[in-house]
Design a protein around this ligand. Structure first.
Ligand code: FE2
Length: 320
């Protein structure tokens, strides 16, 4: 039997590499899974039984956003005919507002009978805040490194989170252009604020918090207008806030931020999931008699997902 030549080794390596790479780079990031959940709520008024809430998160809009995913997102959300659409942050990638008309068009195309509400994520303020080498939340230093090399850096450097916010991160302003654009869409931003919405003669509190990793998370202000006579849904981008929110009112808490681990393979996911409470990577949780759902989101800065497909969640309220 003749010995395998280097060209044959190279050919085999290329075949394996392309099979491994095609799925997470080109196929999975363009899928869009719909998860339907019926949530029993204690003392839910009869009028609110069957209320349909569409939850999505982490759009990470950019000029490179997949056209097929964009079409799928609009088609699938509208086909579900939600009463309410709730978005849990990260409209943008690294605070860059690209293809404004495209983003506006997507948000305008989403239809809900009662309304659309959202909170901001750590990519949605004037400067991008992420975990620095010391494990603190900090403004990302300007760098010419590509998203790929930043991603690989994450993979090989383990950082434990301190959950401390640096003074620089605390000073970052709102993203004026993003806020102006959002005003032209049906999405109302709840930045440490509560709104009551009316549905069949009943009311529901929708409470949205400022971003945890910028030190803007302020439940004392956010819950000021909360009316405890009615049930409530709480929006917070970063699920590390769940441990605090369990002490406040509300039946359902919705979060995103984790992208479901994004590269959801053993060891890898922990390097890509920058949260202190790793049990909040994804899915439905029960926290002190409250429901919490952590959504895998729609896209990401690095368009690469493995066992963490983009997700829409349709939550239907039921009598508990
Ligand atoms: Fe995100």
């Amino acid at each position: 039997m003749s010995k395998k030549q280097w060209t044959e080794w190279a050919w085999d390596a290329w075949c394996i590499a392309s099979i491994i790479g095609i799925w997470p780079r080109y196929i999975e990031p363009r899928l869009l899974e719909v998860n339907r959940l019926s949530l029993p709520i204690a003392h839910l008024p009869a009028q609110l039984v069957g209320l349909n809430i569409l939850h999505f998160s982490d759009l990470h809009w950019s000029a490179q956003f997949s056209f097929s995913l964009r079409k799928k997102l609009i088609r699938k959300i509208n086909a579900l005919k939600p009463d309410l659409i709730l978005f849990t942050g990260d409209f943008l990638c690294r605070s860059q507002l690209e293809d404004r008309e495209g983003l506006k068009n997507v948000l305008e195309s989403l239809k809900a009978t009662i309304g659309c509400f959202a909170v901001l994520g750590n990519h949605d303020y004037a400067r991008f805040v992420t975990v620095n080498e010391q494990g603190d939340y900090d403004v990302e230093a300007p760098s010419s490194a590509s998203n790929i090399s930043k991603g690989f850096k994450r993979l090989f450097r383990q950082v434990s989170l301190t959950q401390q916010v640096t003074p620089q991160a605390r000073q970052v302003d709102l993203h004026a252009e993003l806020m102006a654009l959002l005003k032209q869409t049906p999405f109302q931003i709840l930045n440490n604020a509560t709104k009551q919405i009316a549905y069949k003669g009943q009311r529901v509190n929708i409470c949205g918090l400022g971003e945890y990793s910028l030190g803007r998370f302020n439940p004392e202000i956010a819950f000021k207008e909360y009316d405890e006579r009615y049930p409530g849904i709480i929006l917070s981008h970063n699920p590390d806030a769940l441990e605090i929110l369990k002490h406040y009112p509300g039946e359902i808490i919705l979060s995103g931020h984790t992208h479901g681990g994004q590269v959801n393979l053993p060891i890898f996911w922990k390097r890509f999931t920058r949260i202190a409470h790793l049990q909040f990577k994804h899915g439905l949780k029960v926290i002190d008699k409250k429901w919490a759902y952590i959504n895998r989101g729609i896209s990401s800065v690095m368009k690469f997902r493995w066992f963490a497909a983009p997700e829409l969640t349709l939550l239907t309220l039921q009598k508990g």
